[in-house]
Design a protein around this ligand. Sequence first.
Ligand code: ADP
Ligand code: MN
Ligand code: MN
Ligand code: MN
Length: 432
Amino acid sequence: MAQILALSGQLQMNITITLTNAIPKSANMWSSVFFKKNDKGSAKTCAKFRVFALKYDNSTINRLEKLLNLDITPYTDKIIAEYIWIGGSGIDLRSKSRTISRPVEHPSELPKWNYDGSSTGQAPGEDSEVFLYPQAVFKDPFRGGNNILVICDAYTPAGEPIPTNKRYRAAEIFSNPKVFAEVPWYGIEQEYTLLQPNVKWPLGWPVGAYPGPQGPYYCGVGADKSFGRDISDAHYKACLYAGINISGTNGEVLPGQWEFQVGPSVGIAAGDHIWCARYILERITEQAGVVLTLDPKPIEGDWNGAGCHTNFSTKSMREDGGFEVIKKAILNLSLRHKDHISAYGEGNERRLTGKHETASIGTFSWGVANRGCSIRVGRETEKQGKGYLEDRRPASNMDPYIVTSLLAESTLLWEPSPEAEAVAAQKLALNV
Ligand code: ADP
Ligand code: MN
Ligand code: MN
Ligand code: MN
């Protein structure tokens, strides 16, 4: 709970309490205590507790925790479903809860619902109802039990997808027989930056000043190199519990920045899983009193931005001879560079400068093992002659429904003219 982080000395209270003969009754109520054993190694008769408390006094935390952890399953079949949707900015997440009469496993078992779209910038006040259609179900790591998180998309009362419903179009592309047959896999590397509340300056940075230059922080350990590990770790476990296909995490180059990876996931599931993982991250940072930002360049200057590299492969790319298919895909992507850039996140021009492991926004490039390219192919893929490509252009605030479906569309459904293809092949040294 509130004890996850001891951000600074100011927020941390050290209380030493001596209890006599009181351990059995109260031990399970003190969630964050350290027993100081007496000389005989026994904590039964006398113990000193060092208690870390943020915001509340401990009796309040204990009483709230007891209620939050209540197991309701012996008393009712009912569960709580948290309906989650994307708000009017296209990047903000919203959610509200409702009671469902019994445990469910599939979104089709859940009712549609609605919300006030005029409060999220998604409908006019005089006709404000927007409808939520349940699309994916995850276990709720916050409420536990049979309670669930439900990823929804949004429709008008007439059943039309609203403009911010990017899932609808993506699902159409993924159900195209040509795309479906190629079983597109996505591995998405979501980078994010943690900020101190109020000052909105990265976690671990001195307020109004800068830390030492980048270098020691990437995958770093130690109090002067790693800031926010508890959040990253809590998120990792919560995602695994929820059923999200999370594949790893790491500390990033910019201090206070982290990454988690989701995948490989097939088709529309990649977007559902990333959105749910983002939701869980917002909830965890909310609990910790830390602000999450997906801004692609949170700090101007000689500091890395935040991206959302999207690793992509099709069945043909993963089979023998796949490198040729990958090259053809890169060729198509080069010819649609502008369309992709315009769909890869707001403010990405501040990040794609050609520095800090990025390729500049105006030029398309590809290379094997080159992190300064738009598209990177791994050494292993080159060696095996099959595998996947990494699109390094998407910003951390991209919409995974748009990026994943656009990659499928540009490489599996779209065809350039033979003339354009010949010119591009020569320019990029892609002889396919
Ligand atoms: P990087 O070396 O760029 O930091 P990461 O290890 O962070 O790469 O992420 C690579 C991602 O690519 C992982 O999520 C992984 O599951 C995914 N991936 C692996 N193989 C494939 C594949 N064939 N197709 C699509 N994604 C893949
Ligand atoms: Mn990575
Ligand atoms: Mn990274
Ligand atoms: Mn990467």
